[in-house]
Design a protein around this ligand. Structure first.
Ligand SMILES: [Zn+2]
Ligand SMILES: [Zn+2]
Length: 372
């Protein structure tokens, strides 16, 4: 099969910036040394680029997991151009295809099935997309967003203005032009690129699959650290409309923290989350599947499989009872209509149902852990 033609602009850009970051930056660090101003500016610029992609391009525009004030949208539009990852419109179109056709080597633009290199960067170096490159039929909603449309129209100018303008301005302020161009200009761009690209490559190869194994996406805490929380990619692929990727409080998801904290000052609204019941059920189902696979290999397979089936059904029933009651509880609390004695009765039942579910859950964890 004939290989797709090379796209020279991206190939040269990625290669040159990478070479400068790999050779000239360390050389400068040893020969001259970077000052605090350059180091702090690089970290801040890296965060600005990264979060414009994760909170803006990804969770706001591609998935519409919340609404954002125009002020924040402008900030993301400029930061996204600074990150040099194509316009938000184009990026979102590719990304919606990625979710819709995940792992389909012909339709997923960065399918992990085509290997690490392809899903990481290879897909941008050759013209694999051909005619579909300018097909924006899956982002009609975004074409109507004036900020997204404006960024798309002026994308080239914005990338040049930010990628040259910001380092030069900072270099002029600090009096160290070369140091600032190497750090905020080049190193920041290369790190920002590859950290984001890891979500398409490594986050589909390396990590755990607690919620689903229907696609290659994985949860990986190390990658979450480099990608502002996007490393919880297994969760994200099953519940893509949730504004969170790391759902536990201890999971590292600064993108979620940014979106949530912005809601307190009115910069974000309508944050969408998946009901916890659906999350818990998805997880239990995966545990069942894994335990069944293990049980099948053991001598008393039939007995074990029956036991698993029974316990699983019980767990699901307990969960449904509990979450049903919890929902009622929330509704009732909001209405504030229940009498005192009813509240007491309700609380009693709430605790009882919760205990039932937790007991069964502990039981289930022991059982599935034993079969691990
Ligand atoms: Zn996504
Ligand atoms: Zn993915």
């Amino acid at each position: 099969m004939k290989k797709a033609p090379i796209i020279w602009t991206t190939t040269i850009l990625f290669s040159l910036t990478f070479l400068v970051a790999a050779i000239a930056v360390p050389w400068y660090a040893i020969a001259v040394g970077f000052g605090w101003f350059e180091i702090i500016a690089t970290i801040l610029a890296l965060g600005y680029c990264g979060m414009s992609i994760t909170a803006g391009y990804h969770r706001l525009w591609a998935h519409k997991t919340y609404d954002a004030h125009p002020f924040l949208q402008w900030a993301f539009a400029i930061g996204g151009a600074f990150a040099l990852q194509n316009s938000a419109l184009h990026w979102s179109s590719d990304h919606r295809d990625h979710h819709r056709h995940v792992d389909n080597d012909d339709k997923d633009p960065y399918s992990a099935g085509r290997g690490f290199w392809y899903s990481h960067i290879g897909w941008m170096l050759r013209d694999y997309q051909g005619e579909v490159y300018h097909d924006y039929s899956n982002v009609r909603d975004l074409q109507k967003n004036r900020i997204v449309a404006w960024q798309h129209k002026h994308y080239l100018g914005l990338t040049i203005a930010t990628n040259l303008g910001i380092p030069v301005l900072l270099g002029w302020l600090s009096g160290n032009m070369l140091g600032m161009i190497l750090s905020v200009g080049v190193l920041r761009l290369v790190l920002s690129h590859h950290f984001t690209f890891f979500i398409n490559s490594l986050a589909h190869i390396w990590g755990k699959q607690p919620y689903t194994d229907k696609n290659s996406a994985r949860d990986n805490g190390v990658l979450a650290f480099l990608t502002y929380g996007e490393g919880y990619h297994n969760y994200h692929h099953i519940f893509e409309y949730d504004y969170r990727n790391g759902i536990k409080w201890w999971q590292f998801d600064p993108t979620k923290w940014l979106i949530k904290s912005s809601s307190y000052i009115g910069l974000t609204r309508n944050l969408r989350t998946v009901p916890e019941e659906r999350i818990a059920l998805a997880k239990a189902k995966m545990q069942l599947q894994r335990a069944q696979q293990k049980a099948q290999l053991l001598p008393n397979a039939e007995q074990l499989l029956q036991l698993l089936e029974r316990e699983y059904e019980l767990l699901v029933a307990r969960m449904q009872d509990f979450y049903q009651l919890k929902k009622q509880f929330v509704v009732q609390k909001k209405q504030a209509l229940i009498e005192q004695y009813q509240t007491a009765d309700f609380k009693l039942r709430y605790r009882e149902f919760k205990r039932h579910m937790q007991q069964q859950h502990q039981h289930w964890q022991r059982l599935t852990a034993a079969l691990h």
